[in-house]
Write a protein that binds this ligand. Sequence first.
Ligand SMILES: Cc1cc2nc3c(=O)[nH]c(=O)nc-3n(C[C@H](O)[C@H](O)[C@H](O)COP(=O)(O)O)c2cc1C
Length: 227
Amino acid sequence: MSEISKVLLLVGSPKGENSVSNNIASYILEKFNENGVKAEKIFIVKEVRNDEALNELVLQAIDAEILILVSPLYVDSIPAINIKVLEEFYKVKNDSYNKKQSFMTIFNCGFPEPHHNDLAIDMCKKFASDTGLKWMGGVTIGMGPSLEGKSLERFRLAKNLCTGLDMAVDAILKGETVPQEAIVIASKPLMPLTIVKFVMCNFGRFMWGNQMDKSVKGNMFDRPYEL
Ligand SMILES: Cc1cc2nc3c(=O)[nH]c(=O)nc-3n(C[C@H](O)[C@H](O)[C@H](O)COP(=O)(O)O)c2cc1C
């Protein structure tokens, strides 16, 4: 039985439950729960609506022994709602709390190359160092939208991701730090990049055109925020 007392997964996608980040977080949550460790998942987007809820979220995060942020990449960076939580966490933790905590992040982006997430991971690493959290590493996932909809283990593309995450969870359960090998395996491209680039260059236009026809074509010139 693991000695880990509390694991908190912060889902940092503004899309909330219908997000790839939630798919990934749910997979990890299940692994912890299967092993009898109390893990909890919180959707940041639901909690940052007012100062009181934000403060409550931060206090819960400060109380966790293992903190895992699962987030999309926005404009080569961390989505604003997550930055807000990290900034508040920094203020509250540095003011009054001294508890030992570990921090891991998982970023997924739209481009096929996982390395687009590197900058966001570096920011989180710096946050960990500034806040006195033990850094456990950052998993980077490219082609994130291909993991939409179903649970993670049902995607053949996500085989390496699941293997790496399993290794990370196993290490955490044993009270060890996440091995670099787990991060490397989980961060492998979902498909060989030459194939993805060939498909995108030759068929991307039709795929995106099709998506646009089905969803936004009729609203493309709307200006909902115009005064
Ligand atoms: C506002 C916005 C900005 C984005 N910026 C990037 C980016 O800089 N690089 C990238 O590869 N993907 C970018 N994406 C794509 C998302 O990272 C991608 O769709 C991801 O899979 C969404 O994950 P989620 O379902 O967990 O929200 C952006 C998406 C949005 C909505």
